[in-house]
Design a protein around this ligand. Sequence first.
Ligand SMILES: C[S@@+](CC[C@H](N)C(=O)[O-])C[C@H]1O[C@@H](n2cnc3c(N)ncnc32)[C@H](O)[C@@H]1O
Length: 507
Amino acid sequence: MSTAGPPDDGGRRRNARGHERGAVRRPEQRGALAPSQRRRGSDPAREVAYEVLREVAEADAYANLVLPPALRRARLKGRDAAFATELTYGTLRLRGRYDAVLAKCLTRPLDQVDPPVLDVLRLGVHQVLGMRVPAHAAVSETVGLARAHVGTGSAQLVNAVLRKVAATPAEEWWQRLAAEESDDVARAALLGSHPVWVARALRDSLAGNGREASELEALLEADNDSPRVTLVARPGLLDVAQLREEALEALGGDDGALVAGRFASTAAVLPGSDPSSIPAVRAGAAGVQDEGSQLVTLAFASVPVEGPDERWLDMCAGPGGKAALLAALAGEQGARLVANEVAPHRARLVEGALAAVPADAVEDVVVGDGRRFGEEQPGAFDRVLLDAPCTGLGALRRRPESRWRREPSDVPALAALQRELLRSALGTVRVGGVVGYVTCSPHLAETRVVVDDVLRERDDVERVDAAAAVREVSVSPIDVGDRSDVQLWPHVHGTDAMHLTLLRRTR
Ligand SMILES: C[S@@+](CC[C@H](N)C(=O)[O-])C[C@H]1O[C@@H](n2cnc3c(N)ncnc32)[C@H](O)[C@@H]1O
């Protein structure tokens, strides 16, 4: 496929910030841009989106961590902040889809285009094909961005390529791309903007959990939606009704009118996007937490154990979302929580998350390797939650760039750690006690295969019906299939794709 405009400039030399070195504006270059495109720079919202994309690419930053301070520095609020947010997250999530379009409009392979130029192009394509920005504004503002950051020659390339992209309506682009891909999963991955290996793993997990493989497209689309802000009202500290009153007072009716969660009694959805001005959130009586995380924690804490139920362990607790809910539940039931985390800075976050929980519900926050509990403290706990480190393929909605960072080789490395941690959890729970194995990944190699492998090694563990436990704690009927383990899904439940297996030590 060839380009109608000027040649692309992937080979030009640039300085460390991605600016062209010694770029000289030639008269014919000047003439190629419309007058409105000749000014330098773009608007602050597009500047912020570009800045965040560069940090994500160059410093391996997380967009959800670098965007809020970038918005504050640029003093963007309201609609401008919402525009910058959608532009940033949408461009990152839909990168795969947009790169396929760009590949058809450039003369050289994408990996030979300078990364800053490619980011500008992606931002432009998202405005043209993914947002309702009129094409002329999207092109001229993005060309302004290019002129400010990557030089005049690249701005001409951006101008030519975006005009070519805008000449074909979005739906036609998707039909063209779909027609060229004969493999069903690869086509769904392309249009749904996921790496093919991730799409295959999700399809296998859907099928393995009794769902239709044809749900894959809906699942990938759900991963491309911005998740709603879901809050947790920590039991014993406040309830959802009290949290709603506080939110209404702090944020007003439009932004603060909390809606109760669908399944978890502790969950409430915030219409606005800034929970930090709610006093209960600042004080730690409430927090931001996906409803699926709340549901699996409530289910884990609700299954009966035989004998005393006094000492609970959260083996991989950082940053402390589940630990705070568990400790609140432990406090209500007269139990105490030990929260363990291997990374010291994440253990400090756990301490912060537990700050509002009554002190007698928390025995300790420990920095340590969870793999040592089984040998060092055999049979010491009545309940053990193992929320294992995982690929996070179930939480792609809230980490827009992570699908492009993960590698297939991450899976076996994490699965080996998950097995070791599960063995340790089963060693440190007492006979009659319960282990909850949780991941925010639906990958079968991180969920069912890990549990099956570890259970094959021993005859002192039985499965507890996690689906029944989830149905029991859910405030409305929930479709969790007919297996004893539970797999939640963004496109079905509106939650992250959390997995829960419950196990009991029998002797
Ligand atoms: C999925 S996150 C836990 C999320 C947490 N339960 C929450 O709800 O906020 C997994 C955590 O396990 C920690 N981790 C990784 N390896 C570990 C190990 N060997 N022992 C203990 N924690 C570990 C990671 O640092 C990470 O904080």
